[in-house]
Design a binder for this molecule. Structure first.
Ligand code: NDP
Length: 333
């Protein structure tokens, strides 16, 4: 027997759990399909010092555990599994996990994004211990330290400049000698006396896993093959993100990078909302994810009120499907 829900939330990061807290307090008895990395990206970080309400900071995993408890307290149900397939082409929407089938009147997509990594073993082992993919989150911990940043896009340039507020030296390592970043951002980084450029190069090892902290990096020059070792206290990886949106491809409007397109938090499908990093290519912060999670829950609540009042046809094709012209234009009804 399928599980029948008014609201199903995909993802259990800051967006999904905030949506669950709001929806549960509105008596919607939401179901959260947590995903196998329950708690999202904050579970792979250590201290979080920029989430309001925690003047002394809080550990990322603890913050997520508290959000989970808060959502549970008001009646959220959880399934600890990945959503394996979704059908958003008709209502109720159908979500399948390995063991369950869920039929839901509304869906909030909060599946997040993943930072891209270089793929080094040492990088994974030292993550949160000097290796980070977010200068905004972790730059503050590198006051008077030596840091390296990898990437040649706008994020790398912006984060390199941001890191100079704290670090004594910032070395930007990029695999080519031309940049993907906009000229103005490159110029800004180039002009900053604290930033050194290390081009046609990559970091191929981060030291020291045995000490459980970053003490240095090994750089490989990709043209000459030459290796050099340098002391370092921090390594920032800024080589882009992947939104976790593959499951929805072909069903919902996305931009060319796979981020779900939203008008506020409304997607191209009425009754389906998106919150957090899966729809946010710019800010990618826990607090902005929580903010959009709240907005998505309120939108779902208002949509359900209309559905219950008979103002939206139920058990039918979504409005956009029924009107291909409006669907093409991404119009919400
Ligand atoms: P991008 O995809 O634009 O850039 C990624 C960079 O990382 C590229 O230089 C790429 O190198 C490099 N890279 C990718 N994979 C690897 C790898 N395995 N090893 C080494 N280097 C690698 O991502 P961003 O996060 O920088 O930007 C994402 C979007 O956000 C862009 O559209 C950007 O313009 C926008 N943005 C805008 C900002 C602003 O306007 N203020 C600020 C930040 C982001 P290569 O060039 O060789 O492919």
């Amino acid at each position: 027997m399928p599980i029948r829900k008014k609201l199903t939330i995909l993802g259990s990061g800051a967006a999904g759990l905030t949506a669950a807290i709001y929806a549960a307090r509105a008596n919607l008895e939401p179901l959260v399909i947590q995903g196998l990395q329950a708690g999202g990206q904050l579970t792979i970080t250590t201290d979080v010092e920029n989430f309001p309400g925690f003047p002394n900071g809080i550990l990322g995993p603890q913050l997520m555990e508290e959000m989970h408890k808060q959502a549970e307290r008001f009646g959220t149900q959880f399934i600890y599994d990945n959503a394996e397939s979704v059908d958003l082409t008709k209502t109720p929407f159908v979500i399948k996990t390995s063991g369950e089938e869920v039929h839901s009147d509304t869906v909030i997509i909060g599946t997040g994004a993943q930072a891209k990594w270089l793929g080094l073993d040492s990088e994974q082992k030292l993550m949160g211990r000097g290796v980070s993919a977010c200068a905004t989150c972790d730059g503050f911990f590198f006051r008077d330290k030596i840091v390296f940043i990898v990437g040649g896009g706008d994020t790398a340039m912006e984060e390199a400049v941001f890191l100079t507020r704290f670090a004594t030296s910032v070395t930007l390592v990029h695999r080519r000698d031309t940049f993907r970043a906009s000229k103005i951002m490159v110029d800004r980084a180039m002009k900053n006396p604290k930033i050194k450029m290390c081009l046609n190069s990559t970091i191929d090892e981060i030291f020291d896993v045995s000490k459980n902290e970053v003490t240095g990096v090994r750089i490989r020059n990709l043209q000459t093959g030459e290796l050099s070792e340098h002391p370092a206290d921090g390594v920032f990886i800024a080589i882009g993100h992947h939104p976790n949106s593959d499951l929805f491809k072909g069903q919902i409007k996305m931009n060319e990078n796979g981020y779900i397109e939203t008008d506020g938090v409304k997607t191209s499908i009425p009754g389906v909302f998106a919150a957090g990093d899966v729809q946010d290519e710019i800010y990618k912060q826990a607090v902005t994810a929580a903010g959009t999670g709240c907005a998505a829950a309120l939108e779902a609540q208002w949509y359900l009120e209309k559905l219950e009042a008979g103002l939206i046809p139920s058990n039918s094709e979504p409005a956009n499907k029924a009107n291909p012209q409006k669907a093409a234009a991404g119009v919400h009804e």
